[in-house]
Design a binder for this molecule. Structure first.
Ligand code: ZN
Ligand code: ZN
Length: 393
């Protein structure tokens, strides 16, 4: 398809894109509970004549579109889950389920995936090769990608593409970064155990609160004193819990935090030094410290080759000035696991207001500029067709 035709097709689907997105938005579902969403995806894909597999990693769906001749296989991955957030957007399409909300734009990812499939299904006599549409559950808890991969979804895939809404960027643009584009994340937990007692008799107790304070403070020296300034890392403790009453020395404090970085060696060093320093300080202050990594997600790494490829495809359809070379961000996404299996590119589709006043992802006021649905559809359709045209067997 010529660029103008891709644009016309995407624009012709504007109303349908909006209606799918709003329907999914009204009915958000949490990680691994996306049964309604998965049902809609599977139904539509079957009607389009794709080969559909359901129930992968519980609520994941994979639909394969085969062109007129055999050839390479391009994967388009979309995540489908919502968040446990009470929506504050006062719109007709507001969540019908209090406390659950599409606050990250995954409703848009579903709408774009279904629409790209519809456009390409109408073109299947005009291309060789296959397009695999992968709808992943449970991205927000970093739980869906791994079991899908374990069930073999990446077999036969030659390149991995995906897009994410980005309210940081203005609608009409896309943003991408070659190399590590999103962070390594480790969610950590430290349990500091002392010995409880009366607040008036510290000599008969072991104060876990004081040890925990020392640990929180000193761990910040890893980033400031042990990581090279040119590298990046962050450690934030989000919760600190312990104690019973103002006059009781707390026997135990639990700290929970997040560790983020871009390079594997920085990640490894952060984790190792957090464990060593907290154990050492605990020992000095007579506490026992238990360290756990609760979950990990590696960095999203875009290959140079495929980032260039998306840059070119998107530039041809949107105009080069609409393709933004973005800085990496400290957010995470388990799209990284698919990209580790088969390289490719994960990019952002600008969905923010032009004046930059949109609420950011995971905010109760989060909403997208819906024209981004058309932009995402255009760019993904173009990228898939370009890939298949340039990589015939
Ligand atoms: Zn999110
Ligand atoms: Zn997201």
């Amino acid at each position: 398809m010529e660029n103008a035709q891709i644009k016309r097709q995407a624009e012709a689907h504007r109303d349908e894109l909006i209606s799918i997105r709003r329907d999914i938005h009204r009915h958000p579902e949490l990680a691994f509970n996306e049964t309604r969403t998965a049902g809609i995806i599977a139904d539509r894909m079957e009607k389009l004549g794709l080969e559909v597999q359901t129930g992968i990693a519980q609520t994941g769906v994979v639909a394969t579109l085969r062109g007129s001749k055999p050839g390479k296989t391009v994967l388009y991955r979309a995540d489908i889950d919502a968040l446990p957030i009470l929506e504050a957007v006062d719109a007709e399409y507001k969540s019908r389920t209090d406390g659950i909300m599409h606050a990250c734009g995954h409703d848009a990812h579903v709408a774009i995936g279904l629409t790209v499939a519809e456009i390409l299904a109408g073109q299947k006599n005009n291309f060789a090769g296959n397009v695999k549409f992968l709808f992943q559950p449970a991205e927000e808890i970093v739980g869906g990608a791994r079991p899908m991969i374990e069930q073999g979804v990446m077999k036969g895939v030659d390149v991995t593409f995906g897009l994410h809404m980005g309210n940081d960027e203005p609608v009409g643009s896309i943003a991408l970064h070659a190399g590590p584009a999103m962070a390594n994340v480790d969610s950590i937990k430290l349990t500091v155990r002392g010995k409880g007692g009366h607040g008036s008799q510290p000599e008969k107790s072991i104060d876990s609160v004081m040890a925990a304070c020392e640990i929180v403070n000193t761990l910040q020296t890893i980033v400031s004193r042990e990581i090279a300034p040119k590298d990046t890392a962050v450690l934030s403790f989000g919760t600190i819990q312990g104690g019973f009453a103002s006059n009781v020395i707390a026997p135990e404090v639990v700290l929970e935090g997040t560790v983020r970085s871009f390079l594997p060696e920085v990640r490894e060093k952060m984790i190792r030094r957090i464990e060593e320093i907290s154990a050492g300080l605990g020992k000095a202050l007579r506490c026992e410290v238990k360290f756990e990594v609760v979950y990990s997600c590696p960095a999203v790494v875009n290959s140079d080759k495929w980032t260039d490829f998306i840059r070119q495809s998107a530039g041809q359809i949107l105009g080069e000035d609409k393709v933004i070379n973005a800085d990496p961000i400290m957010g995470s996404d388990d799209m990284s696991l698919f990209l580790k299996e088969v390289p490719g590119c994960y990019f952002f589709v600008g969905s923010g207001k032009l004046d930059g006043t949109s609420f950011l992802h995971h905010h109760p006021g989060f909403d997208i500029e819906e024209e981004s649905l058309v932009v995402g559809t255009e760019v993904m359709t173009k990228a898939v067709l370009d890939y298949l045209a340039q990589h015939q067997n």
